[in-house]
Design a protein. Sequence first.
Length: 571
Amino acid sequence: MLSSLLLLLLASLSIRLAAADDDELPQFNWTSITPARDLEYHDCYNSQFKCARLLLPINWLDANDTRTTAIAIIKVPATVPESDASFGGAVFTNPGGPGASGVEFVLLDGRNMQHRLSRNQNYEIISFDPRGVGNSTPQSICFDEQLARDAMVLQMLGSGGLNSGLATVRYTHALIKSYSDVCERSDAKTGPIMGFAGTASVARDLVEMVDKTDELRAREGNGRGGGKARLQYIGFSYGTILGNYFTSLYPGRVGRVILDGVADADDYSSRLGWLTNLQDADAIFDQFFEGCFRAPPSACPLKQANDSSAAVIKARVTSYLSSLDTLPLAVMGRDNVRVITGDYVRRMIGDAFKFPIYEFRPLATMLAQAMAGNASALVTAFTAASVPKLKRSVGVGRSIPPYTQINEASQAVLCSDGQDVRDVSVAQWQTYIARQVQTSRIYGAYWSELRFACSSWPFVSNWRFTGPFGSPSPDAGLKDDRPAAPLLFLSNRLDPVTPLASARRMAAGHPGSGLAILEDMAHTVFIQNNSCIDGIIHDYLELGIVPAQEKLCNASCGPWEDCPIERLHLY
């Protein structure tokens, strides 16, 4: 996970960031591309990809506002010429967030996605850094230097979780206020963007990207132009919010839309929202222990020889977490003392729920070692996840790598999309926190911080859409105001932050839509290779067909088995 401002406070619908280190990615100087009002692709990233910077209005609601944003776009070209009969056009994608980089996602996983989507059709994969994010300019950024950003993280680490008591809530509320003031001052100098970063504006940007893609094909003799092109799209986690906004605002521009790991858009855009996300989280916690009890000790060292049930293992771990609440663990790290609290270990456990096949075994080993008195692995994970390396920050100026400010970009979006909460009292926030903890004892305190982070947000969104979220019945005849095909929703049986119930609620607003359920637990379905799910996706993209009823697909492998792992870097 990324070490940056309020990492423990601000996050996305899926808070695990790309596992790859920035040093593993090829480098490219985006300023070498001059932004243009038409798509002009250039070789980039060692000529392995195509990149463009598309100049778009900052304010879509005022034609007289001449300010612009340059959107960074990246493409994996199709493996066949655009004139080939098997060319299926562009599939746009968003990996989640908000605040996640589509550019980084394509660098890491674009070709894998292209391979997974191809059956009889060959697609080009396009993604982008949404306005304010990453390589798009201007950036949603609050700090001039990394040292100041890291100092905020250290203050948060010392405050404890929001369920620690009223004093912690008051302290965090004040910290957020000071942070919001910093953001307001910075945006006045480098923006404006934070008041224009909402998802409705991003959806309108996406309309323009679809049209400009079609215009480029027309210029090259492979498209029709004319501004009525249809979107083909796969959105993950927050990307389902973007897809739902797009479909609800522009139903006549929908070709194919797949939403995987579905968030409830009504809850997302409400006042004290984000209340529907965690209903599966603690059920996954229970499944962690059930699987551990059935697994051999070599796979789950938390299991002891005399354990009679999964409940015994769970009770032992829960007792350990409670002991850290009472007396946090101080451990000497490589260069400093680390203090591990129960709240933070719960966050780490909740993070592991996102991809159990990848995370459950390491989590079990780390917990077993810590409970036996060896917390070195726990400290290593804690340090890598959230402790700034201040010695590396000294002297850093404005040339900050794009993804140190992911949480500033994230907050600019989610606070713009939700209702203004600046008038909510500390007492009301404490009630809200208690409600989240009641839903999930593991993840509730953390999750409450997402909306709490907006408690002093000073920017008024210029375009805030609150629904209705839905669309007319689809029409394959391409009527102007109707989707060309029903939407396809994907969900795991258990998802820690975007539960199946949300997918069902959102699907109900889009007549004729289909829902495929993977009998597994993880955050998003596409993150796991599954032939049943892939077949449904192929049928949908090629033919516009969705399951008439909820389609169940069996899991390919379980977290306590030896599984082939090919992990996408979703958020």
